[in-house]
Design a protein around this ligand. Structure first.
Ligand code: UTP
Length: 289
């Protein structure tokens, strides 16, 4: 049974400084909900029960966000506003584990720290920076592929050629609609050397044999320990699948992507849609801008 999911959230968040000097990037709100809560809700809706966070010094707000706050609860009860924490209460009883990454040695290193908590089971990884709006939660889509083929699955989407150097890029042979066996995988290639425009997005289901490979992986692109390098080693031992998910993905980990995410979420929510549409139309019509 696939029930464990790892959220690597120990990054420094340099692209959002000075905001992230004291506030973890994952707590930055998309309207009124922190980025991390979107990813955690998606995981809960996808059947995951054990939430493992790889966190860092200074990110305590993230832990507190998912813990009960009796004073706030009492205040809200007294003012008949308990509904304002709807969606959060369900997490108070869930199994949350926090593991400290003492040095930001990269995404791959962060994942390697989950080994003890994951044990000898398949597990998922979710990067909260990638906010994905989808009819069926994207982690549930990946779970279905994993349950059918019983091998590691990596989420993919096509990107424009000029964006290729920002992503892990894969290529391979299709074995079903939207599912391919990954034959090549490279981290952040220059566009001319890339095997395709199929980009890795931050959702994975992996098997525990990734852990020894992460330990053997020397520092890859950007001098950080890269998960991609370990997946390439895993591909030599077993079949690893790529899956083109259904849904709209936004990169809330960059400032421009953050603006785009806000606007799209605002357009999706019934309580903010009409206002946002009106505002965008007004701005577009206003020639002074
Ligand atoms: P990013 O590359 O987005 O790094 O990490 P970052 O620190 O979050 O942001 P910038 O680039 O400085 O603005 C991808 C994911 O891996 C995690 C991050 O928290 C993010 O979810 N990560 C990265 C770690 O957990 N530890 C690390 O050492 C590096």
């Amino acid at each position: 049974m696939l029930k464990k999911i790892v959220f690597p959230v120990a990054g420094v968040g340099t692209r959002f400084l000075p905001a992230t000097k004291e506030v973890p990037k994952e707590i930055l709100p998309i309207i009124d909900k922190p980025l991390i809560q979107y990813a955690v809700e998606e995981a809960a809706q996808s059947g995951f029960a054990d939430f493992i966070f790889i966190t860092a010094l200074g990110k305590e707000a993230l832990e507190r966000h998912f813990a009960p706050n009796p004073e706030l609860d009492n205040f809200l009860k007294r003012h008949r506003k308990s509904h304002l924490l709807d969606g959060l209460h369900e997490f108070y009883q869930k199994n949350f584990t926090y593991i400290r990454q003492e040095q930001a040695l990269g995404f791959g290193h962060a994942i390697s720290l989950a080994q003890g908590a994951v044990g000898n089971e398949a597990f998922a990884i979710s990067l909260p920076d990638d906010l994905i709006l989808a009819e069926k939660p994207v982690m549930a889509q990946l779970r279905a592929v994993y349950e059918k083929y019983r091998c590691p699955v990596v989420a993919f989407m096509e990107v424009p050629r000029h964006d290729i150097p920002r992503y892990g890029i894969g290529a391979g042979k299709f074995i079903a609609d939207k599912v391919f066996e990954i034959e090549q995988l490279v981290e952040k290639p220059v566009a001319a050397d890339a095997p395709s425009n199929f980009a890795v997005i931050g959702r994975y289901i992996l098997t525990p044999d990734i852990f020894p490979l992460l330990k053997n992986t020397t520092h890859g692109a950007g001098a950080e320990i890269q998960l991609t390098d370990a997946i390439v080693a895993l591909m030599k031992k077993r079949r690893v699948l790529g899956y083109f998910f259904s849904g709209q993905r936004f990169d809330a980990g960059t400032t421009l992507g953050y603006i785009e995410t806000l606007i799209h979420v605002a357009l999706q929510r019934p309580d903010t849609r009409a206002f946002t549409l009106r505002l965008l139309r007004q701005l577009a019509a206003d020639e002074k801008i």
